[in-house]
Ligand binder design. Structure first.
Ligand SMILES: [Zn+2]
Length: 119
């Protein structure tokens, strides 16, 4: 009999946000950002910034934002965005590897398992 997978806990979801958060922060070049990476929707430099996706995500998922108060729907949306982001970081050579155990793949595997559940 197949075991019904339990819905993830909020603590688990909050923890899953840590990896892409650190990754985006490491990847971002903040030297030329006029707002210290606080997305400003009325500044056109932000609208056309090549780091816009990372920046918006970080502003929604910073530790300073009370992430544990997000709705389950919001967690799902943020994790889906983060999943696309981490997938985009994988090199083509890397994608052909099977059962890769690098940090990206380990995280993706966990997130995909969580996103595939009903919650
Ligand atoms: Zn990998």
């Amino acid at each position: 009999m197949a075991e019904v997978a339990a819905a993830p806990t909020v603590a688990e979801l909050v923890e899953l946000l840590n990896y892409p958060r650190n990754k985006m922060r490491d990847n971002m070049d903040v030297r030329f950002c006029p707002h210290a990476v606080f997305y400003n929707p009325v500044d056109e430099r932000c609208i056309y910034c090549h780091q816009g996706m990372e920046c918006k995500w970080l502003n929604h998922n910073d530790e300073l934002v009370a992430v544990e108060r997000k709705s389950m729907k919001e967690f799902r949306r943020e994790l889906t965005l983060a999943c696309d982001y981490v997938e985009a970081q994988l090199t083509p050579a890397h994608l052909s590897r099977r059962a890769c155990s690098c940090d990206n793949c380990k995280w993706l595997e966990r997130v995909r398992a969580v996103l595939s559940k009903e919650w």
